[in-house]
Design a protein. Structure first.
Length: 309
């Protein structure tokens, strides 16, 4: 099966190379023979070859997704479903939670759903638009390119907390934040400083109320978030009572279908399965740490109220 997929990718590449070269060869012959109508025919054939090659490549990649990625996912989630090709998805909730930046053109690929009690959803997202300069030259502008994950797990918080692990760089004495999602969002308007210099210098925290962020981010939770950043780099995490939502500034972060033969390893899905299991373990660690923090806060509140009585 893997050999057949590699063969399809190789053939698709060959067809597309011919599609690029063919109009130049036909054009030269047309100029020499003064048969200028051949140029139009050459362009038409070139377009056909390029589209045919693209179709074969997409067919091979979709076959790879169904033959290797889906079985891998079902080793972790028995009822999982996977779609490699572009899929329509309602992105409003992810935007409202401050996880993505939307744009005119939005493409969802490599969409995985677990279909179990955790309702895990993982997909790659590309958002971009085309703009023209004063000379009329157009260019494509990417506003978001990353991976989004949602995971149902109880945290016990009453509200919303957003944590953004932002990249940093310094220009002389000016420190700049490089975030791939917006900072302040309507769902969590209050910016929180935890008092931990090491944490506050590398993370931005926003909460739906001023008190919530402080008691959610205790030392144990901060430790887990720092470990999460060390492992995955820049990310945005939105915490609700029942879900953890995470966005990463790298497309195809966990689940992907290789576009070239060289990208296909000897054991195609072992790395992806390991990455998926490690992600779930990390999310469970964060959720457990937060739930412990909220339980402690509830006990403190109960004791305070009891003493008042």
């Amino acid at each position: 099966m893997l050999g057949a997929i590699k063969g399809k990718l190789a053939f698709a590449k060959f067809i597309r190379i011919i599609g690029v070269i063919e109009p130049f060869a036909v054009g030269v012959y047309a100029l020499i023979s003064h048969e200028f109508l051949l140029i139009i025919l050459g362009i038409a054939i070139s377009i056909f070859l390029l589209l045919w090659g693209l179709h074969i490549r997409n067919s091979a990649m979709n076959q790879y997704g169904q033959s290797f990625v889906l079985p891998m996912a079902r080793q972790v989630f028995p009822g999982a479903e996977f779609t490699y090709i572009e899929k329509h998805l309602d992105l409003d909730r992810f935007h409202n939670l401050g996880l993505i930046t939307r744009d005119k053109y939005e493409k969802v690929t490599n969409h995985l759903v677990s279909n179990d009690e955790h309702e895990l959803e993982n997909f790659s997202l590309l958002c971009e638009h085309t703009e023209s300069d004063s000379d009329g030259d157009s260019r494509t502008v990417t506003t978001y390119s990353g991976t989004v994950v949602s995971y149902k797990t109880p945290t016990g918080i009453q509200g919303v907390v957003r944590v953004i692990a932002s990249g940093q760089f310094k220009i002389l004495f000016i420190k700049k934040e490089t975030t791939f999602v917006r900072g302040k969002a309507p769902i969590a308007p209050w910016k929180i400083e935890t008092g931990s210099v090491a944490f506050d210098d590398n993370f931005e925290v926003y909460a739906s109320d001023q008190h919530l962020g402080y008691y959610v981010l205790n030392a144990y939770v901060i430790e887990k978030l720092q470990a999460f950043r060390a492992k995955y780099g820049t990310f945005a995490l939105t915490i609700t009572s029942d879900y953890l939502y995470a966005a990463f500034d790298h497309i195809d972060k966990f689940i992907s279908v290789p576009e070239t033969i060289s990208s296909i390893g000897e054991n195609p899905f072992e790395d992806a399965k390991r990455d998926l299991n490690e992600l779930i373990e990390s999310l469970n660690d964060i959720s457990f740490a937060i739930s412990k923090s909220t339980q402690r806060e509830k006990i403190i509140r109960y004791l305070r109220n009891s003493l008042k009585v």
